[in-house]
Design a protein around this ligand. Structure first.
Ligand code: SF4
Ligand code: SF4
Length: 447
């Protein structure tokens, strides 16, 4: 695609990168077929190609964002399906990230939208605030329909997504070091993050049990949120501050006892951390350290794929519908490993039709764009239910929450199933629902 940025504009490294991305696009439109918003709305401006044109026009003319541009960019899930489809290697993620930051700087949103975004940015990245907010949301839940009736659909969506009861915090919360059982075979940092420990502490607990049981020392040294949530809202400064905090925390470990890897159980966070090296490339104090952290970052399934796992339970026959999170399949290009791990330890793994399409979670998307998110969830759940699985597995807490809100089939993290099969307890979502109890007898025989 031809572009006409001035030399002065190109002096800004982010604009220079945007130009590089734009020039790679050959307008072929292949990406439209796999874009969830184009599939739902059929509007070119809600396709990757349409958004690329809108962004090009806005950036080239150095214009403040208009309400129309904001509408179409806000509808983008940042699911990155377009990047998987694009034959020209267009790095849409870097382009849309830059566009969102430009929108945040140049556009004044309506008051309610501003307040809601500020609330999400101040609450979600902080464990304690998020826990209190969820407790309040549970009380306000009966009023969701009333909020919806007065046009406050995002507030209603937020209340509906709040779990009916909060799980107990993970027993090891606050502990820094988890020693391996037996001789140490490796040492990793595990990101606990922000919403995960509140919504599903069982994921961190399962990952730590599983890793230490296989001889891996685990250190929890992160500084809270990785910055992903605010990054996707265009709040560049907050996102970069969060990234620098994490890099400082992990660098102390890397330069201390050393780390073989930085493991992430939420693939949305993993995609962001793997990009720290890029977003901080012009920061002299952090560029090198950021690149090092990005090189060490791995999804937990990637790391487990290289370990010799020892299954002890006979879970043969349990049917798992594997939901491939967009940030895992499109953002990190991890598609086979999680399924292979599950198959190897005895689960029957089934692929979900239209697996390339997002479930509608996408960070805060299911709150800020509730209608589109609801339609995507319904489509995803319908495809999953056709498989009649015993359980749904995913590698991202956002997807788990989104899908669980639309089905009675239990939803667990992949790592919880692997932990269970290799000697850990049955995932809480499966106990008392007939699933874990049914295979419990097989397990007892196999042990
Ligand atoms: S990131 Fe997803 S929603 Fe956004 S343009 Fe690409 S495919 Fe469409
Ligand atoms: S598939 Fe790639 S090159 Fe083709 S229009 Fe989409 S982004 Fe551009």
């Amino acid at each position: 695609m031809q572009t006409s940025f001035s030399l002065a504009q190109l002096a800004d490294p982010n604009t220079a990168e945007a130009e590089r991305v734009l020039r790679a696009c050959v307008h072929c439109g292949f990406c439209t077929a796999t874009c969830p918003t184009y599939v739902l709305l059929g509007d070119e401006l809600d396709s990757p190609r349409g958004r690329i044109y809108l962004i090009k026009d806005m950036l080239e003319h150095d214009r403040p964002a208009t309400a129309d541009v904001v509408k179409h960019i806000d509808r983008c899930l940042s699911c990155l399906a377009c990047m998987t489809t694009c034959p020209s290697g267009v790095h849409y993620m870097h382009l849309v990230d830059h566009a969102r930051a430009h929108i945040e700087r140049t556009y004044t949103r309506p008051l309610v939208d501003r307040l809601l975004r500020a609330l999400l940015a101040r609450v979600l990245p902080h464990n304690a605030r998020f826990r209190r907010a969820l407790a309040a949301a549970r009380l306000a839940r009966p009023f969701a329909a009333a909020f919806s009736a007065v046009g406050l659909e995002p507030v209603a969506a937020m209340l509906r997504l709040a779990p009916a009861r909060l799980p107990q915090p993970f027993a090891g919360e606050g502990r820094r070091l988890f020693s391996p059982a037996g001789p140490r075979r490796g040492r990793v940092a595990l990101l606990t993050g922000c919403v995960g420990p509140v919504l599903a502490p069982s994921i961190t607990a399962a990952a730590i049990r599983l890793l230490t049981r296989h001889g891996i020392e685990v250190v929890v040294a992160d500084a809270g949120c990785c910055g992903s949530l605010v990054h996707h809202m265009g709040r560049e400064h907050e996102a970069l501050s969060a990234a620098r905090r994490q890099i400082d925390a992990w660098s102390a470990e890397i330069e201390g006892e050393g780390l073989d890897a930085i493991l992430v159980t939420a693939s949305g966070c993993g995609t962001t951390i793997k990009d720290y090296g890029f977003v901080l490339r012009s920061d002299r104090a952090y560029a090198e350290k950021a690149a090092r952290v990005s090189r060490l970052a791995m999804d937990v399934s990637e790391y487990l794929g290289a370990l010799e796992l020892s299954p002890v339970r006979g879970l043969t026959g349990l049917v798992v519908a594997y939901h491939s999170a967009c940030s895992l399949q499109h953002g990190q290009k991890i598609t086979r490993v999680p399924k292979e791990l599950l198959c190897k330890i005895g689960f029957v793994v089934k692929d979900v039709a239209e697996g390339h399409l997002c479930c509608g979670s996408a960070g805060t998307y299911n709150i800020l764009q509730p209608e589109l998110a609801r339609r995507l969830r319904e489509r995803k759940v319908a495809n999953i239910q056709k498989l009649a699985p015993d359980v749904i597995a995913a590698g991202n807490i956002g997807c788990m929450t989104q899908i669980a809100a639309g089905t009675v089939i239990p939803v667990v993290h992949t790592v919880e199933l692997i932990d269970w099969a290799t000697g850990g307890p049955a995932p809480g979502a499966l106990t008392g629902r007939g699933v874990a109890d049914a295979v419990g007898e097989t397990a007892a025989v196999a042990m």
